[in-house]
Design a protein around this ligand. Structure first.
Ligand code: AMP
Ligand code: MG
Length: 357
């Protein structure tokens, strides 16, 4: 693999122009979006796309999302644009929504990992739009993390994972939503939500009527479901060293459980919890206050998982949330980070193992 002196530059007209030139030359560039940082390449250039897989260490069978900045860039990518796609594009583009449609012949095999469908999104982040325009082509871009690790929500996270592996990172500060885009498959009779995000299941249902939640959203995939969204079968979002454990229950019960658990096992523990629970946890647990609501928690989660994973911390407890609205996206990421290990903490401190999968 080629090695680079990776430059990390603030977003401005000069750095965006440089990103555009590098992308046009077939190089890979990281840039901020409103969801997480992306690792982009010219979607029509199979060698450039191949370099994304190398830089990430991404399994070859996991397809990429193609990012566009103008409506007119969609038609060359897809076989047709059905009515339900038009409706979603009108409501939620630009924004954190990826739609899956039948692909055109122009998309290289590498982008879709051989599938006959393509995932397309129009990001709303001004820097992402400027980069796509500067490149003059649609940009294939997965999240800019090394494969399997938490997605990057700050330029520092991208640098941790990509130093020496790509020529340029554009630093646009922290991403807004902090979880990846909603992915909805529009190629069948009924739309299927494959990955929940900030465009929620409820919003999709309101726009489209009936929507099915894909089998991999809240559980690990069964054998037959793998082909539909290949990315869901791979290990995801896990810190390098620490184990993640999701805790479900009332605040006071979780606090009691964590205190007893850490005392009994003598492990070095941290916790990512909402504001109300943060104050109840024992002093020797490193607490990451994830704010008051699900949106704040989602935007803090990946940052917290990276920052708390210092090599000494053995367990990171994460508070579960109800799986509706933004909470569905949050639980989808939490369950994967925890390899589906969930403990339901009962009142009086008793616990039932509620691992799902
Ligand atoms: P990432 O770019 O890391 O956010 O991952 C992109 C996600 O979109 C993965 O979960 C992929 O499996 C999914 N994806 C991309 N293209 C397709 C497609 N054509 N069909 C189904 N899922 C897709
Ligand atoms: Mg990813």
């Amino acid at each position: 693999m080629k090695t680079y002196q990776t430059q990390c530059l603030p977003v401005n007209p000069d750095s965006v122009a440089l990103a555009g030139r590098l992308l046009a030359q077939g190089e890979v560039v990281a840039f901020p979006t409103e969801t997480v940082y992306g690792l982009g390449a010219n979607a029509f250039d199979s060698r450039a796309v191949e370099a994304i897989f190398q830089a990430k260490g991404r399994p070859q069978d996991n397809p990429l999302i193609v990012h566009i900045a103008e409506d007119s860039q969609l038609a060359p990518l897809v076989a047709d644009v059905p009515e339900n796609a038009r409706r979603l594009m009108q409501r939620y583009w630009p924004g954190p929504l990826t739609i899956i449609l039948r692909k055109s012949d122009r998309i290289p095999f590498e982008v879709t990992a051989g599938l006959d469908t393509v995932a397309v999104r129009m990001p709303s982040h001004p820097a992402a739009q400027e980069v796509i325009r500067a490149a003059g082509v649609p940009i294939a871009a997965p999240s800019a993390n090394r494969s399997g690790l938490p997605s990057p929500t700050r330029a520092e996270h991208v640098l941790q994972d990509m130093q020496g592996r790509i020529p340029l990172i554009l630093d646009g500060g922290a991403c807004g939503f902090g979880v990846e885009s909603t992915v909805v498959d529009l190629t069948g009779d009924v739309p299927v939500l494959l990955r929940p995000g900030a465009v929620t299941f409820e919003m999709l249902t309101q726009a489209l009527g009936r929507v099915r939640i894909g089998g991999g959203v809240m559980a690990s995939l069964g054998e037959g479901e793998v082909a539909r969204s290949p990315g869901l079968k791979h290990k995801h979002y896990a810190p390098r060293f620490a184990r993640v454990l999701v805790l479900e229950g009332a605040d006071a019960d979780i606090a009691r459980h964590v205190a007893r658990f850490t005392q009994e096992h003598g492990l070095c523990c941290a916790a990512v919890v909402k504001h109300a629970l943060a104050a109840l946890l024992p002093q020797h647990v490193r607490v990451w206050d994830a704010g008051a609501d699900d949106a704040a928690y989602a935007s803090a989660l990946f940052d917290a998982l990276r920052a708390l994973d210092d090599g000494k911390t053995q367990i990171i407890f994460c508070q579960s949330v109800p799986a509706s609205g933004m909470g569905l996206a949050l639980m989808n990421r939490l369950l994967r980070a925890a390899a589906f290990q969930v403990e339901r903490v009962a009142p009086q401190g008793g616990t039932h193992d509620a691992s799902v999968g």
